[in-house]
Design a protein around this ligand. Structure first.
Ligand SMILES: Cc1cc2nc3c(=O)[nH]c(=O)nc-3n(C[C@H](O)[C@H](O)[C@H](O)COP(=O)(O)O)c2cc1C
Length: 248
């Protein structure tokens, strides 16, 4: 069952525990006869917290919180993790991520071994400053692989032709959906013990992929991954409380 299906089923069933909350009140009924004054207090004890905070949602929120940018990597897979694990998880996310009109414009390519190193070394060579070379050099030398996120622009073009009134929106819709694939993949893989990754945007590396990539594809981002050597630093948060608006 997908994460989304799980959450849907949890929220569907969330009314059930609320009904169950009436059971303890019934059980307390005999006590009313002996201590009538205490009865109203007992009625105040439904269990809504459990109903709105099921364990599966907590697990998902913890994964979202635990995903971090990890720059300190070594070029190995974490112990017990296979490349198939990484591919299967990414494949599942690619499949289930929503897209405009269910157009599914997202593509993913995983680079490892010689291909990973060759592409990043070419990025290094293409960057003129020593400082600018540092990040791609670390990707080449310290990471095990790269997950490339792409958009098939032919899909966007055909949507624009099919729905001309919405033509201007489709490129943004594709990027939005691709971003969802990126973050979900990063989040899910970060749950694998020892896994570390950082997200990069050297999108010109498309030119170094040769015939592995169609002309109609654009590279959107790179998730550079390997075994985590050090944890992420402390993260600061802005105050960003969500207002709930009921009237304007
Ligand atoms: C859309 C997006 C673009 C990003 N681009 C880069 C990037 O090009 N290079 C980089 O090192 N990190 C990049 N990051 C990582 C952010 O810097 C990082 O997520 C942010 O500082 C918060 O840290 P955290 O990932 O540990 O939570 C990007 C993140 C997002 C979501």
């Amino acid at each position: 069952m997908s994460i989304i299906s799980k959450i849907k089923s949890i929220f569907k069933s969330s009314s059930a525990p609320a009904k169950k909350a009436s059971t303890p009140t019934k059980a307390a009924a005999p006590a009313k006869k002996t201590t009538p004054a205490a009865k109203p207090v007992e009625k105040k004890t439904p269990a809504p917290a459990a109903a709105v905070n099921p364990k599966e949602v907590e697990t998902l929120l913890a994964a979202i919180k635990e995903r971090r940018t990890i720059y300190s990597l070594k070029p190995e897979l974490p112990e017990g993790v296979t490349l198939s694990d990484i591919k299967d998880i990414t494949q599942a996310i690619l499949k289930d991520t929503p897209s405009a009109f269910n157009s599914q414009p997202n593509k993913v390519i995983i680079l490892t071994g010689e291909a990973h190193k060759k592409v990043w070394n070419q990025v290094v060579d293409a960057i003129p400053t020593e400082d600018g070379k540092k990040r791609p050099q670390s990707a080449a030398d310290e990471a095990y692989g790269t997950i490339l996120f792409l958009i098939d622009d032919a899909v966007t073009k055909s949507l624009q032709e099919g729905f001309p009134d919405w033509a201007a929106a489709f490129p943004d819709f594709a990027v939005t959906s691709n971003g969802a694939v990126q973050i979900s993949t990063w989040t899910a893989l970060s749950q694998l013990p020892g896994f570390g990754a950082h997200l990069q945007h050297y999108n010109f590396l498309k030119g170094f992929l040769g015939d592995k990539i169609g002309e109609n594809y654009t590279v959107q981002a790179q998730l550079v991954f390997g075994t985590k050597v050090a944890e992420a630093g402390e993260k600061t948060y802005n105050d960003n409380t969500i207002p709930v608006v009921t009237e304007l």
